[in-house]
Every structure is written in C-alpha cells, then in structure tokens.
Design a protein around this ligand. Structure first.
Ligand SMILES: *Cc1c(COP(=O)(O)O)cnc(C)c1O
Length: 348
C-alpha cells in the first residue's frame, strides 16, 4: 500500500485523474460569459439532455445553484419546505435568509426524507398571518440522511402537491447521479416534476470544480442574470467544464463501485465493539456510524485514525465516511483494520 492517506472525509476531496487532466488540457475554450465557450456549451447541453430540461447553466458551485434557484423562486418573507437537515438550511452560511429573505420550514423524517403527509400539512393556508409557502425543496441523495434516496413516487407526489398549490419545486441534486446509479431510475424521471434541478461535478464525479443548474429556458435566462450579477460568469471556463464532460462520459456508472464499497464498510463496522451503524440508510456512498460505545468522541476518534493514515469527519459521537473514486476496496479493508485495532484497544 502507498503512503497516501485513505481519505474518506468526503467525495469532494477527489483528485482529477490523469485522463481527466488530459481532457481539460485539450479542451476548446472561448468566452463563457458571452456563451462562446464550446466546452461549457457542450457540458450544459449534456446535462439539459440528461435531466430532460430545456436549458442548463454552468456554475462555480452547487451552493450557487441552490442560492440562485431560491432567489428566482422566492420573495422575502416567503417560505420553503425542506427537510430540517437540508444543505440549504445548514451549510450555506445563511444564504437563503441573507440573499433571498426566505425562511425554511424544516420538516422531520428518517434518513433526511420527509413524508408527503408532512409536506401537505406544512403548506400554509393563504391568510394575512402566515408566511406564504413558495417552494418545495428536496435533496437527492440526502447528505445528512446518510446518502439516502428519495423514492421516485415521493418525488412525484411532491410534484403534484406543488402543482395543486402553485408552488415552485427544486431539487438539490448534488448526488443525484448516485441515486440514479443505485436505483436504476433515470435522471430524467426524477427530474421531470421539478422546476429547477442541479448536479454537482465536484463530488463523486471527481471534477475539481463546478455544478450545472437546469430548468426551463426562461428559468435559465434568469439564472444567467443572477450568475452575472453575483460575479459567477466566467471566461475560458471550458478548461474546467471539460472535466465535467469527461466525468459524465466516464465516471457515472462507476459510482456503483463506491456504493458497494460503502456497503462493505458499513457491514464491517457493524461487527466492531462500540460501533453502531444503521445499514438501512447505507444506500449510496455515505456511511454514518455512531461511536458512543467506544468511549471516544468524534474528535479523538478522528485524530487517532488520522495518525494511522485514515481521514474521516465527524461531530459529537457521529462519524461520516464517504466513498469515492480515489478509495479502492483494498483501502476500505485497510481502513476497517485500522478502526478495528483502535476500538479493540479502546475497549481493552
Ligand atoms: C456539497 C453539497 C452542496 C454544495 O455544493 P458545493 O459544490 O460544495 O457548493 C449542496 N447540497 C448538498 C446536498 C451537498 O452535499
């Protein structure tokens, strides 16, 4: 085994492969801000086609896709229905409130997924006292839920609810393609009821940067205006978009390996003293596990494993491991060995 650490911290930490770097180096480029970068245009066409939407726009990050979509859908004082663990609520620096003045009605639900009944109950009656519900948001897969997959029927049911009440419908699809590969449901089917949907290139797809937001032609025109306004318009961005084109052609089906590795890791962890893991939530490439029974907290657990060359993230008594294209099955086995040693020593 090499000396490089086994990095299970996040699928954001992947390095662009040699072949991806070649594709980037050879990419035809132009002025993206003027719509003249052929590699960016190609990437946007590919994503619009994949998601069955009229148009798409390349963005520097997934956070920007979420915030721009929210800004288009919501006016100040309006309300968004989302799971309480949602990225838009917890990990975007308060952007939803700061940029759009919208508030999030955070719903409960196992594995980061709320029920249709709870969403229906959360739609505010129209009167002078209530904030007005404007947007329904889902996160495919649910990050804090453990990479769990929103079932297609739930996505469709929420689409009907949104239509009944004249609400907009948005998907944070940071890991939508993980859901697609794991479930066999086409991306287009998940995306069909949505007004706005994006996918991240810099997570499991292994690109250094970028995300692509898709929707109707009118929606994407408005998204372009906000991208320009917030300084997100770029120049010869084909250099990075080419990584996205490469990833869509080469790195999608292989996400299945990450899912198998996550499953393998979770099953190995389940048998270790002091560790509990809910196998039901391990549906894609994320494994949350609880270390309360080891007598260590997350900080100590991660520090000791880092000394053994294993990088994990966590808080309190909850640890997160994310599998991705830079972690092999052999490295998962090595990580399990290291964790086994650590918890066995701690128990002794
Ligand atoms: C990573 C992530 C984002 C943000 O994407 P960036 O490209 O890092 O800005 C949004 N939502 C979810 C669920 C994520 O995991």
């Amino acid at each position: 085994m090499s000396d490089r650490p086994i990095n299970l911290y996040s699928d954001t930490q992947t390095q662009p492969s040699e072949a991806m770097r070649q594709a980037m180096a050879q990419a035809p480029v132009g002025d993206e801000q003027r719509g003249e970068d052929p590699s960016v245009n190609r990437l946007c066409d590919m994503v619009a086609e994949l998601l069955g939407k009229e148009a798409a726009v390349f963005m520097p990050s997934g956070t920007m896709c979420n915030q721009i979509a929210i800004h288009i859908h919501c006016r100040p004082g309006e309300e968004i229905i989302a799971h309480k663990s949602a990225h838009i609520l917890n990990f975007e620096g308060g952007g939803t409130a700061a940029f759009s003045g919208a508030q999030v009605h955070g719903l409960e639900g196992d594995g980061g997924i709320y029920s249709l009944e709870d969403a229906r109950a959360a739609v505010r009656p129209i009167d002078r006292y209530n904030p007005q519900t404007r947007l329904i948001a889902v996160e495919q897969t649910s990050n804090q839920g453990g990479g769990t997959i929103w079932p297609l029927e739930r996505i469709q049911g929420l689409g009907e609810l949104a239509a009944q009440h004249g609400l907009a419908y948005h998907m944070d699809g940071a890991r939508l393609l993980n859901a697609v590969v794991a479930s066999g449901v086409p991306a287009k089917a998940y995306a069909a009821p949505l007004d706005s949907v994006w996918l991240d290139l810099s997570k499991g797809l292994g690109c250094p940067v970028g995300a692509v937001l898709a929707g109707s032609g009118a929606f994407i025109e408005e998204a372009w205006r906000l991208k320009q306004r917030t300084g997100g318009a770029m120049r010869q961005a084909g250099i990075i978009a080419a990584a996205g084109v490469y990833a869509l052609q080469n790195n999608v089906q292989r996400l299945g390996e990450d899912h198998a590795n996550a499953r393998f890791l979770a099953e190995g962890l389940r048998n270790l003293p002091g560790i509990t893991v809910d196998l039901e939530t391990v549906q894609t490439n994320i494994v949350f596990f609880d270390i309360a029974g080891t007598g260590m907290d997350a900080e100590r657990f991660c520090t000791l494993l880092k000394q053994r060359g294993i990088i994990l993230g966590g808080a309190g008594e909850r640890i997160r491991a994310v599998t991705h294209l830079d972690v092999t099955r052999a490295e998962i086995e090595a990580a399990l060995d290291a964790i086994r040693h650590l918890v066995t020593e701690a128990a002794a």
